[in-house]
Design a binder for this molecule. Structure first.
Ligand code: FMN
Length: 170
């Protein structure tokens, strides 16, 4: 599968088959995140990979993430470490770096027939409590991952190129 195909085939998956993701598959996908680019190559992102059902239920019940999180075979919690001394225009590069790594996962997953969905709805304090995430670390996003129940191709509802992209000047 080439990159174009992977990008075009990826869609948000919120309903999963009760089918285990093989360890080798998960490792291959996580390897694509490992080699993602980052600001100054600091690699200031970390993932917590959740497969335990009790933990997933806590993410739904206590941290108020969407109910499909408990049905996802795997939940990746994307975390980043903000810079203590600001070396760039601001200290938000951990968000960008974590997002890039997670996005590599979403695209690599397609190649293995897996679906994913970004999750931005969660109580960060509770997520950190549940997973023992240190104080200085921020939770950027969650990603559900698993074999999709529905493999149909859905139309991408997107703005037009001219609405989104300007050339040379705004
Ligand atoms: C940063 C981010 C956060 C998102 N958060 C959620 C979420 O909390 N719950 C959810 O159901 N979908 C969430 N989504 C999925 C979007 O709704 C979805 O990507 C968008 O509607 C486009 O559909 P597609 O992914 O199928 O192409 C999120 C997507 C992104 C990129």
């Amino acid at each position: 599968m080439d990159v174009t195909q992977a990008i075009k085939s990826r869609k948000s998956v919120r309903s999963f088959l009760d089918k285990k993701v093989e360890k080798e598959t998960l490792t291959s996908i996580l390897e694509m995140a490992r080699i993602a680019p980052s600001f100054f190559n600091y690699q200031n992102w970390r993932f917590v990979v959740i497969q335990n059902i009790q933990t997933k239920r806590k993410l739904v019940n206590d941290a108020k993430s969407p109910s499909f999180v408990a049905e996802s075979p795997i939940v990746i919690v994307g975390c980043g470490k903000p810079f203590e001394s600001i070396t760039s225009s601001d200290n938000s590069s951990y968000i960008i770096d974590t997002t890039i790594a997670l996005n590599h996962v979403t695209l690599a997953a397609v190649q293995f027939g897996l679906g994913s969905c970004w999750i931005n709805i969660f109580d960060e304090k509770k997520v950190k409590e549940i997973l023992d995430i240190p104080e200085e670390i921020r939770v950027v996003a969650l990603l559900s991952l698993g074999y999709p129940k529905d493999v149909s191709v859905s139309e991408k509802k997107r703005k037009t190129m001219s609405q989104l992209i300007k050339f040379e000047k705004w």
